[in-house]
Design a protein around this ligand. Sequence first.
Ligand SMILES: [Fe+2]
Length: 640
Amino acid sequence: MHLMVIRFMNTALPGNNKDTKQATDLRNREQDLFALENYINDIWHFLPIPVAYLNPLGVILDVSRSLEDLLHVKKEELVGGTLLGLFTEQEKMKQIQHLTLARNQVSNHECVIRNKDGDRIPVNVSTLIRKDETGDAIGFFVALVDISQRLAAEQALSLSETQYRSTLNSIGDGIHVIDSDLRIVMINEALRARLRDLGVDIEPLGRLVHEVMSYLPKDVSAEYLDIFRKGELLMTEETVKCGDKEFVSEVRKIPIFDGDKVGQVVTVIHDITARKREEQIKTVLYKISNEVNVAQDLNELFGAIRDNLGMIIDTKNFFVALRDKDSRSISLAYLEDEEDDSRSLPPGKTLTSYVIEHNHPLLVTDNDIRQMKRAGQIDTISSPAKVWLGVPLRLKNEVVGALVVQNYNDPNVYTRKDLEILEFVSEQVAAAIERKRTDEEVKLNFQRLKKTSTSIIFTMAKILELRDPYTAGHQQRVARLACAIAREMGLTEDQVEGIFMAALIHDIGKIYVPAEILNRPAKLNETEMELVKTHPSIGYDIVKEIDFAQPVDRMIVQHHERINGSGYPKGIDHGDIIQEARILAVADVVEAMASHRPYRPALSIDEALCEIDRCRDTLYDSHVVDACMKIFRDNHFKFD
Ligand SMILES: [Fe+2]
């Protein structure tokens, strides 16, 4: 390397010296040069970078030890040759061109060389041209740096990056990452797709988050700034409208720390629209089931069903069709329609009659409807609907009608899921119709029975009136007074009605007591009294087989019982005497005292009231006494 050093330094040796000082200087300079040469030799050989020095023709003049190590070749084998033999065939030309170009500049590029063993080694080739003072090239340094480790690291990083992106893109949740400038630095495919659905047509990467999420009705920037400041995870539920549709998402914003500061925020957007809809469907169906139990009539129920159902499917146009069992004609029991308010269906084969006849649900668009008409399945298109959805109403095994929704504008407004929902609702409606029919039958039977019972009572009262007009008049007046007391005491109208009927015939048992005893204007003997005292029991026996809604028989048998147990026929006391009988007892006594009897003159009303007041809590129920006195004194009750 001695000569090389001299060339590198571009320095000529001095000529002959004439004086000692010059000779000394020369020796010193030679020594300096020798030291420098050794120094450079050391650096050259211990240089960690593999380097070759080439003459302008590309012939290798020297190589560093590290190049020997890299190529597994001794210096002696390399010097005098060229570097081109190291490069692969493909790379040779590139390298030649590169060396040519490099004559005027420092350059570097990456390529692959082979060592003596044939191993491929990726290297970074740096070339430095050396020039003399005239600018001519006098040699090249060529450094070949092994970059296999760096490339391997880069490949590993690239693979890791690919795996990371593949993983993010395979996740169904929308994910994006923003930096502390609130710019989106990463976004996955799921979120890109969602943004496209929402009409966001800008490239999100590098954009401020509020520019991309401008569809959100809130200040997202403020929300993110807060997370960067506090470093706390934030979970929210976001609802976004897209046309007629609504998306609900569960959004998690997760701070990612860089040291003790939040460096980025990862946002994960999990779509819960389907889950929310399922929850809403359950709630609505529960409400509808409940309505079936509480609705007073079918019209009210249908209205409630339409309102509740409207929360999950389109019910702007909703009707319930019922088929008459005998005539087979179909009528609309309920109708809400934007375009048609006629409560009848056209005659012939319609979509509704098709659903009923075939006992099968139908979800059809306007095209399907036209096809059905061409196929003769229906013979009239009664509805200009874009989509029509009907399900049969089944009562036990019989189809009694259909439940129908339709839309005049959007053919995509209903799905198969909506059909299932409507089928569930139709079961509820059918159950309600069944219950309503049963209720009506019970009500009808009850009304018939009530009419029959009332007729019997009036007939009995008439019979008694024919035989004993005096008692008949008494019973009618007692009935009026007893009903007035009962109402004053707050009894129900059904109870008042029961008291009225019992009072009208409470002495019906006297039909078995000879008239001369009843009408005798003198005190009766003990035997006669005992005979008269049988009339409550006889009255009971007469009416006990009649199926009254109220306990008319017990009122009759107990109307002479007294609360201290001193009455007849059984001598029962307060706790065993029913309230209606206690009322009847007071009304009976007051009317009797205020009326003329063959064996005594009539008392005044005040005298009669004083008497019952005197006997309150002994013979008579004090509540009944109070009510009786009140209606006479405050309400001015009068017998005719
Ligand atoms: Fe009586």
